[in-house]
Write a protein that binds this ligand. Structure first.
Ligand code: AMP
Length: 178
């Protein structure tokens, strides 16, 4: 495997989606074939001996890597979605944002009791989304075997603290000040 600095392939977009937020754009990473392959390989290699049954990825950028990871881990793939998108019976989890709340949903039959699930999202910020995903998986009877990200924003957001007790993998750590 080529050992490359994946951070070089992440685009910073200032003031998106709102003023004061620096958006970490992973589209520039996944559009580069070598960087995309390396980012997939590093996650797959970390989890390949862990007997993962399902990979649960969070809409929408999570799906770009999630399906590839599931394929190479011989695991099934689960879609965690924003409200109102999934057609069959769902379970949901609501979590706090700085202002207001947000909700994620999953099909209630997506996991069989005791299955080992790897959660994937592109970025860890405050950890609210990933923690809600962990709660969803556990509500459905699954075991969270790991939580993986391309980017972890470190510093004042303390996302990792919210995920205490879980196996966390992040490929790129970027400090942020609030
Ligand atoms: P959080 O729940 O605070 O950990 O936020 C994580 C979710 O919000 C992920 O699905 C990210 O895609 C998105 N997100 C939060 N902050 C950023 C950022 N600075 N750049 C890109 N995506 C972000």
């Amino acid at each position: 495997m080529v050992c490359m600095n994946l951070e070089d392939y992440i685009r910073n977009v200032p003031d998106f989606p709102v003023k004061g937020i620096q958006f970490k754009d992973v589209t520039t990473l996944c559009q580069n074939p070598i960087a995309f392959k390396e980012s997939c390989d590093r996650i797959i290699n970390h989890y390949k001996v862990m007997g993962i049954n399902k990979v649960a990825a969070i809409e929408a950028r999570g799906y770009v890597w999630g399906g590839v990871i599931a394929y190479y881990l011989d695991a099934g793939f689960i879609l965690i979605r924003k409200p109102g998108k999934l057609p069959a019976k769902i379970i949901s989890e609501t979590y706090d944002l700085e202002y207001g709340t947000d909700t994620i949903e999953m099909h209630e039959d997506a996991i069989e009791r005791g299955e080992k699930v790897l959660i994937f999202d592109d970025l860890l910020a405050t950890g609210g989304t990933a923690k809600a995903a962990c709660n969803l998986i556990e509500k459905a009877g699954g075991e969270v075997a790991g939580v993986a990200f391309i980017i972890e924003l470190t510093g004042s957001l303390h996302g990792r603290d919210k995920l205490e007790g879980y196996d966390i993998l992040s490929l790129v750590q970027i400090p942020v000040e609030e």
